[in-house]
Design a protein around this ligand. Structure first.
Ligand SMILES: Cc1ncc(COP(=O)(O)O)c(C=O)c1O
Length: 347
């Protein structure tokens, strides 16, 4: 089907949470998907081949212990300490599965996003479908200070570090995964459970494979999640992909080297397109996306429609986030960005 309006029927909007990444299939002139925050480098080649090869084993069940992929990921997250930490790690069918597991397994009570209010909406959807009261977010504190100051004793905290890898080669030191002691102590002293979630579908551009992980505060917490997890939820190609991709250091080096350059160029070009209008740009310089406040709904609507017409769909700020003057675009190679900016020439 090539009807570009057909994607509006993809979501059961009364039941499901809107997400980017559905338009591409319906655009006859599709060039690039700017609506999802995947890595502009595309899927890592060796890992993709490993996933393809694993299809040949699809007449067998995947390993129930998620090995050896789980240990490989653990060794990548904690090169020195992976043996001590690996039993606190669980893989999932995308981070979305794990988000739902952890929210379902937490004691009853309210749910609150933070420190920012615009974030992956599956947290809220899962909280609502599990009957939680949703409180309003906001704060600028660092994660550990935020937890100690804002979370009640006996609370549950989920830190989403899916975009944190983009920070650069020092991402491990910057990550909550490096703070095993803090996680353990906060649990012991205040009974606060801190989980760290990763979606691997963005940094390694494999949204169709479905791959995520969760680091639990203790092994017991992980066992509790495993108990309610559907068996084999991560399939053989996804496990093979993960086992291979953690060895691809070149791919990440290229990501860290060029993403911030492409992003800075993108913002410069958008500023020039703004031509004095007060458009505002949001997001850290190393990230794979830019949120833009175009300051009026009509301009945002045109930006969305014209991008789609040109085969370069973007994410509207309206569905889910209720920010009708905002759009989000992914950082992409300059020649792909050219197509989007050409479509916006008369914006
Ligand atoms: C910050 C963040 N976390 C988690 C997810 C879930 O990703 P997935 O279920 O594809 O792993 C997303 C997807 O957009 C995301 O942006």
């Amino acid at each position: 089907m090539t009807d570009s309006s057909a994607n509006t029927t993809v979501w059961d909007t009364k039941t499901q949470q809107f997400h980017g990444g559905q338009d591409w299939k319906f655009l006859h002139n599709f060039v690039e998907d700017f609506s999802v925050t995947t890595n502009w480098l595309g899927t890592p080649v060796k890992a993709l081949k490993a996933a393809r090869d694993a299809i040949d084993t699809c007449h067998h069940y995947p390993p129930a212990d998620q090995e050896p992929a789980k240990s490989s990921l653990a060794a990548w997250i904690w090169p020195e300490q992976w043996k001590a930490n690996k039993d606190r790690l669980l893989l999932g069918n995308g981070a979305s599965e794990l988000i739902d597991l952890v929210i379902r397994s937490a004691p009853t009570g309210s749910w609150k996003a933070g420190p920012w209010d615009v974030q992956y909406k599956e947290y809220q959807r899962s909280a609502e479908t599990n009957g939680r009261n949703v409180l309003s977010p906001k704060s600028d504190d660092k994660a550990d200070a935020w937890i100690l100051n804002h979370v009640q004793d006996n609370g549950v905290v989920v830190i989403d570090e899916s975009m944190q890898i983009w920070v650069g080669p020092d991402f491990r030191q910057d990550s909550m995964t490096a703070q095993a002691e803090f996680m353990e102590k906060t649990f012991r002293e205040r009974n606060i459970s801190i989980y760290v979630i990763h979606s691997w579908t963005k940094i390694w551009s494999c949204t169709g494979l479905r791959l995520g992980s969760i680091v639990c505060p203790t092994v017991t917490h992980c066992t509790k999640l495993k108990r309610i997890q559907v068996p084999w939820s991560v399939n053989s190609p996804a496990l093979a992909f993960l086992d291979e991709v953690v060895r691809d250091t070149e791919y990440l080096e290229e990501t860290w080297k060029l993403t911030s350059i492409y992003r800075a160029q993108l913002i410069e070009r958008l500023q020039s397109l703004a031509n004095g209008r007060p458009w505002e740009f949001f997001g850290k310089p190393y990230l794979s996306w830019v949120w833009i406040d175009l300051k009026d709904t009509e301009t945002a609507e045109k930006a969305i429609a014209w991008a789609k017409e040109a085969g370069v769909p973007i994410r509207s700020g309206e569905p889910g986030y209720h920010r009708p003057t905002f759009v989000r675009i992914a950082v992409r190679e300059p020649k792909k960005t050219d197509v989007l900016l050409a479509a916006w020439k008369n914006l």
